[in-house]
Design a protein. Structure first.
Length: 630
RNA sequence: GGUUGCGUAGUUCAAUGGAUAGAAUAGGAGUUUCCUAAACUCUAGAUCUAGGUUCGAUUCCUAGCGCGACCA
């Protein structure tokens, strides 16, 4: 049991014994004691003052007295300051903790018998991965590791959006401008090659649509435009003549007209007919689609391997996009959905504060949510889990809310365990990434850059002369990825964040490499002095100076559980950085070699070793590896 | 327009309703006979505005301002 849980339970017993009232454990506020006060843990008394009709200080004193009398082995002293009860934990407890936990699995929790599925990454097959995907991947991987460490059986999954308009655009451009280009004959990574043709398509589309847009903006509707588009265009053109509109509104209208111009183009018509052919199973189209997707997958695999990402089950949208229709039919029968007169099918979510939501069009085709319902069911059939976590950007919060509600209405057993781990967009210091303006940061390029900077900074320091080329390559990879992952994971996922390229490759301060450095430093200590001999440490009074570090080490299990509960790796990053910092600070001033006596030396070695284990395990939860030397 | 998220040092991030709001970085001043100076020690600097709830509010509530997202 963690010491914090122990104290809370003890305090609960104390309340029962002293005041015949038993507060819930969660209502007892327990903090680490601030360094300027004496003690290890602090109970805040104010919450109980009113109910018990005593002053905070009187309560604290009575509680403290009871605790040292009834738990003398653990709680050995207390002081009361303005309603805060500061408790001192016995040195012997901490020493025993060091003895019991000095093993490589430090901090990991036993199995809780529950299963969780984590969906992350979920790329489109028309473009290479970019910075936003990296945040997604790192989050998904990390949360999976955190869940494992807190006792879950975890399965990682990925949903590949491999069909639809976007990939048809790349296919069409390749057919038109490709001249038989392949990844091999152009020496280009497959996902990048397909992405290049997507860009070529967009450029060609722009060239075709611009003159049309200019006419529309001038109030003219071209004669060869499709009728439905012409009607729509007229509506917006009329609005455009309204001079009282704000600049924002005018821009909105301009965007609408742009969309119309794009849709009116021959290129978009071809894309749509290509998608239709795909849906009808046209052999030539399918073959092209398979070939280009296979290029993309090969490219993705390379990137995934490099950034450390894998999946136990991969779902392809082309396999699953028809799922869900059956469930809609069943839902109509059971009254969850209703059919409107013109034939479309809806669900009424007004009782939950949302509106009515379409689940099947009047022509019987599905919408996104239909597929997602089907896939949710499929996932459960493949892996009956209690928790189903979706790592998806925060622009889909509404969509995910709807999905969960529908699953609940359909009485799916896992519905309550659906969590949307939403994360904010990654911005650049100059603003948001825009593909149209070419400011998107490519994942492969970024990884290259991180490793190069790691190399040049390391060489500057000149400490790696005895490394083999293979070791160096490995080290630069470890450091570069460590910096990148730590930088993206240290921020609360739900917040939008700024990615500053220069800051991300900084190796000082609150960074991955700082923690990696501390680990390497500890390994160096252990190489020099050997493993600690715990049996040699018998005097518990040696501990006080190093206690803050031991207290932090003991906290690791609590931090894991909290991070799992919040589905937020940033707590781990904060924790491991703080641990590394405390270690560095202490052992820069108090060297192990100069310890006053052998017992003290062994104690410091033991703390160093456990710190090493803990750093390694914590970093593993972030998907970051640590070098033995650097 | 409706729904929703976010506003904290110059900058990037913290703070289950708790003690004097923490870090990092940039700025200023120091520390290399000693296990890794990619380190350490000082120093200066912040809660968008107005109300409310509370013994106590960065946190909860209401309104406003600013930025974003989603929906039509």
């Amino acid at each position: 049991m963690q010491i914090t849980d122990f104290i809370k339970l003890a305090a609960q017993k104390a309340f029962t014994a002293l005041y015949q009232t038993t507060p819930a454990v969660n209502d007892i506020t327990l903090n680490e004691t601030k360094p300027e006060f004496e003690g290890d843990y602090t109970i805040v008394m104010f919450a109980f003052v009113k109910q018990l009709g005593k002053s905070p200080d009187a309560l604290a004193t009575e509680l403290g007295d009871w605790l040292i009398k009834n738990e003398p082995a653990i709680i050995v002293g207390f002081n009361v300051i303005k309603g805060f009860l500061n408790l001192s934990i016995s040195n012997n407890y901490w020493l025993q903790f060091l003895r019991d936990n000095n093993h490589p699995d430090a901090g990991k929790q036993p199995s809780n018998g529950k299963k969780a599925m984590i969906e992350y990454s979920s790329p489109n097959t028309n473009k290479p991965l970019h910075l936003g995907h990296l945040r997604n991947n790192f989050l998904g991987w990390s949360v999976a590791e955190i869940y494992k460490a807190s006792g879950y059986e975890v399965i990682k999954t990925c949903v590949v959006n491999d069909r639809g308009v976007h990939i048809c655009k790349s296919m069409l451009a390749w057919k038109r401008f490709g001249n038989g280009a392949t990844p091999e004959n152009t020496n280009t990574k497959g996902d990048h090659l397909v992405g290049d043709y997507y860009v070529k398509f967009e450029n060609a589309l722009k060239a075709e649509a611009t003159p049309v847009l200019e006419q529309l903006m001038a109030g003219k509707i071209p004669a060869d435009i499709e009728e439905t588009l012409a009607i729509k265009a007229k509506v917006f053109i009329d609005k455009l003549n309204d001079t009282t509109l704000s600049a924002d509104k005018q821009n909105e209208i301009k965007e609408e007209l742009k969309e119309i111009a794009r849709n009116a183009s021959s290129l978009m018509q071809e894309v749509r007919s290509m998608l239709l052919k795909w849906e009808q199973g046209d052999a030539e189209t399918i073959a092209l689609w398979q070939m280009m997707n296979s290029w993309v997958y090969k490219g993705f695999d390379e990137t995934y391997q490099r950034i450390g990402s894998d999946f136990q089950i991969i779902y392809y949208e082309s396999d699953t996009y028809l799922l869900g229709k059956q469930l809609v039919e069943e839902g109509i029968a059971s009254g969850v959905f209703f059919r409107k007169e013109e034939g479309s099918v809806w669900i009424d979510l007004t009782a939950d504060g949302l509106d009515e939501k379409l689940v099947l069009r009047k022509d019987g085709t599905s919408v996104y949510i239909t597929q997602d319902i089907g896939l949710a069911r499929r996932k459960y059939e493949d892996f009956p889990m209690q928790e189903s976590i979706y790592v998806i950007g925060d622009e889909q919060i509404y969509h995910m809310k709807v999905l969960q509600l529908i699953c609940q209405r359909l009485a799916m057993p896992f519905a309550k365990g659906i969590h949307h781990l939403s994360y904010g967009m990654v911005d650049l210091p100059t603003g948001r990434m825009k593909s149209r303006e070419g400011t998107v940061v490519d994942a492969d390029d970024l990884c290259n850059e991180m490793e190069q900077v790691a190399a040049s900074k390391t060489e500057e320091l000149g400490k790696v002369k005895d490394f083999t080329p293979e070791e160096l390559k490995q080290l630069y990879h470890t450091l570069g990825m460590g910096a990148l992952k730590f930088y993206l994971l240290r921020v609360d996922p739900k917040k939008r964040m700024v990615f500053n390229p220069e800051e991300s490759i900084d190796f000082h301060g609150f960074t991955g490499p700082f923690v990696q450095y501390t680990y390497a430093r500890i390994q160096s200590v252990l190489r020099k002095f050997g493993a600690p001999d715990l049996q040699k440490i018998v005097d518990e009074n040696l501990l006080p100076l190093e206690k803050s570090l031991v207290v932090s080490l003991e906290q690791f299990g609590t931090v894991i559980n909290q991070s799992a509960f919040d589905m937020n790796p940033s707590g781990i990053a904060l924790y491991v950085y703080d641990l590394a910092k405390t270690f560095n600070s202490f052992y820069t001033e108090h060297s192990i070699g100069n310890a006053e006596n052998e017992e003290k030396k062994q104690l410091r070695l033991a703390i160093s070793q456990l710190t090493g284990y803990t750093i390694k395990n914590a970093m593993q939860l972030l998907g970051i590896s640590v070098p033995g030397r650097m």
